[in-house]
Design a binder for this molecule. Sequence first.
Ligand SMILES: Nc1nc2c(ncn2[C@@H]2O[C@H](COP(=O)(O)OP(=O)(O)OP(=O)(O)OP(=O)(O)OC[C@H]3O[C@@H](n4cnc5c(=O)[nH]c(N)nc54)[C@H](O)[C@@H]3O)[C@@H](O)[C@H]2O)c(=O)[nH]1
Length: 157
Amino acid sequence: MMMLLNREMALRACGFIVFRRLASCIPPPDNIEYLLLQTSYGEHHWTPPKGHVDPGEDDLTTALRETKEEAGLGAEHLRVIDGFLQELHYEVRGRPKEVLYWLAELRDPEMPVILSDEHQDYRWARLEEACRLAQYKDLQDTLRAVHNYLEAQQNKQ
Ligand SMILES: Nc1nc2c(ncn2[C@@H]2O[C@H](COP(=O)(O)OP(=O)(O)OP(=O)(O)OP(=O)(O)OC[C@H]3O[C@@H](n4cnc5c(=O)[nH]c(N)nc54)[C@H](O)[C@@H]3O)[C@@H](O)[C@H]2O)c(=O)[nH]1
């Protein structure tokens, strides 16, 4: 029974789509860049910082912990954007996985990213490059949704 439950329970991970705005003459929203990290294992795929929820840990704490561990960016470096939370569902080795992404702006666009040994590379990418790196349709759709959200916010100002 326990085995069955464990097998059916979804893996759960949480993270942040981190973006920065370049202080340049490029008009918004094209001055926005998204942070993607490339794994040092497996398919060497690219995703935003995220990771598995530890037992008893709440989701937002996981997202902040993983972003700190994987990119060296802590809560003090981020401005969390209210009202944006995206949930992705996909399968990993036959098991359902759910990933929750919050959205945050890097306060200082010059702040360096510091990788852990789980990742071998990172990229600050404009939307189209970010979508090319993030080869999964659901992640691409999420990045486009973020971009539209930020553009709409910008237009309200
Ligand atoms: N040696 C080795 N070790 C591994 C491997 N695998 C894990 N480790 C170990 O686990 C630790 C990481 O632990 P955390 O950081 O806590 O977890 P996560 O951040 O959750 O990281 P994961 O990498 O486990 O999970 P995903 O990114 O979800 O990738 C899993 C698969 O899902 C697909 N996929 C990914 N993203 C999307 C998407 O957005 N959309 C769709 N549709 N599909 C997507 C893609 O096909 C991919 O292959 C590492 O330190 C390793 O020790 C592996 O293959 N070889």
